[in-house]
Design a protein around this ligand. Structure first.
Ligand code: HEM
Length: 434
């Protein structure tokens, strides 16, 4: 915490009693040395943080006008859209903010996957990220139920019903989750309560996430550790400016969608009030759940002892296990990929499989949007199999058999030709090339 200097007497007065300014300087200021070669992929963490703040502010404003009752929820949302001053804007920012939050976080995750940011000593940082992902999913799922449209109701029904696949206690658990014998008013009420609460839990876990990040600092595109001042630049002003630029670019795209395509990413059926007596032709979740939805529906067969007819895991339970397993797997990823080289840049075969994984997840997404039959079911099944193979077989094997390319000796070596130049003398342009 040393090194923080100021002439401002007010700041000095506060700092002496509560050293918050030196803390900030040490965390996101000029007192936080960061690798000098971070690319724009390192913008997405701060973007996720800002999106979280936007979601919380607009969410609190919406909650002031929203009514969590099955007889009034849909109309209260329509009232927000039509009668509340700027209600349409606040709702569209919140609604599209959820989509953008997932876009940003998925890029953030795949960045980590490619550059090996989950590897030692950042395993806990990564695992806290997976906890955040789970919390985000729960929050988004419950938020989607609140407008009480057709997709809200039937989505809630399908997903809560999954718990009935749990042997022995399944049905009791579902009744307990619903607070009754159907998705109804108590369900809507508790979803609202939890949807309001969970973002603050996410804030708490994000604080832990950043805490763990600051223990060893950021990884970087070449994945080797910083070895001294020649490899780093102060976070402020270099990365505060870069993050601010990224935020500007994000806001341009985000505003374009909010103002010109506000319903593009949503489903039209959610503008039809929930009707428990009429099931929509296709119940589809929001796009960010589609790969997981495809995995859930890919398991169409019971698992048991061959030729005996003994069933150990019924298809429905198998789907639920596969879906939750696909995320649970991420918790142990640091121990599945044991290659000592972090960055995909120096792992030629890993790189190919990484691209394959990306294609695989996109295919799962498309399959999740289609009815689970025919060719799309087959695609979902093959892609599900590859997803698990990738993490459970390919990565562990690559850790042993792949020969990585030679690593540079330091971060500054590829940044400054010849390597090891002092920070102050580093020209601005070549830094981006690393
Ligand atoms: C609300 C959601 C999240 C927020 C606000 C957040 C915030 C951040 C921030 C500010 C950073 C440092 C800047 C950067 O490296 O981009 C970071 C790094 C990191 N995050 Fe997140 N994060 C979130 C979700 C996640 C998730 C879901 C995962 C993984 C499952 C994850 C994994 C990581 C990793 C591994 C790093 C270190 C990256 C590196 O140094 O290369 N984060 N996060």
């Amino acid at each position: 915490m040393s090194g923080f200097q100021t002439n401002n007497t007010v700041i000095k007065w506060i700092e002496h009693r509560m050293p918050i300014f030196s803390f900030l300087d040490h965390s996101v200021g000029s007192g936080y040395p960061s690798p000098k070669n971070l690319s724009y992929f390192w913008n997405f963490g701060s973007l996720a943080g800002i999106t979280l703040v936007i979601m919380i502010i607009t969410g609190i404003l919406l909650a002031m006008q929203y009514t969590a009752h099955v007889d009034h929820a849909f109309e209260s949302v329509e009232r927000i859209m039509r009668d509340v001053n700027y209600g349409w804007l606040i709702r569209y920012i919140h609604m599209n903010g959820a989509h953008f939050f997932f876009i940003v976080v998925y890029i953030h995750i795949f960045r980590g996957l490619y550059y090996g940011s989950y590897k030692a000593p950042r395993e806990l940082l990564w695992m806290l990220g997976v906890v955040i992902l789970l919390l985000m999913m729960a929050t988004a799922f419950m938020g989607y139920v609140l407008p009480w449209g057709q997709m809200s109701f039937w989505g809630a029904k399908v997903i809560t019903n999954l718990f009935s696949a749990i042997p022995f206690f399944g049905d009791s658990i579902v009744v307990w989750l619903w607070g009754g014998f159907s998705v109804d008013n108590p369900t809507l009420n508790r979803f609202f309560a939890l949807h309001y609460l969970l973002p603050f839990v996410i804030v708490g876990v994000v604080i832990l996430h950043i805490w763990a990040l600051h223990r060893f600092g950021s990884n970087n595109p070449i994945g080797i550790d910083t070895k001294g001042p020649q490899d780093t630049i102060p976070f402020h002003p270099y990365y505060t400016v870069k993050d601010a630029f990224g935020l500007g670019a994000f806001l341009v795209v985000f505003s374009a969608v909010v103002f010109y395509l506000p319903n593009y990413m949503g489903h039209a059926d959610n503008y039809i009030p929930a009707n428990p007596l009429s099931t929509p032709a296709h119940i589809v979740p929001e796009w960010y759940f589609l790969p997981f939805y495809a995995i859930l529906r890919a398991i169409t067969f019971d698992v048991g002892i061959p030729f005996t007819g003994v069933v150990i895991i019924e298809a429905k339970l198998g789907g639920v296990i596969a879906m939750f397993g696909s995320i649970a797997l991420l918790f142990v990823l640091p121990w599945l990929d044991r290659s000592p080289v972090r960055s995909g840049r120096f792992r030629p075969i890993f790189r190919l499989f990484f691209v394959l994984l990306l294609i695989d997840v996109v295919l799962l997404g498309f399959a999740g949007a289609k009815p689970a039959e025919g060719l799309w079911l087959l695609i979902a099944q093959v892609s599900t199999a590859y997803y698990f193979l990738h993490f459970l077989v390919v990565l562990p094997l690559l850790s042993v058999f792949e020969t990585p390319k030679p690593l540079p000796t330091s971060i500054s070596e590829p940044v400054l030709k010849g390597g090891g130049g002092a920070m102050a003398g580093a020209p601005a342009k070549p830094m981006e090339k690393a």
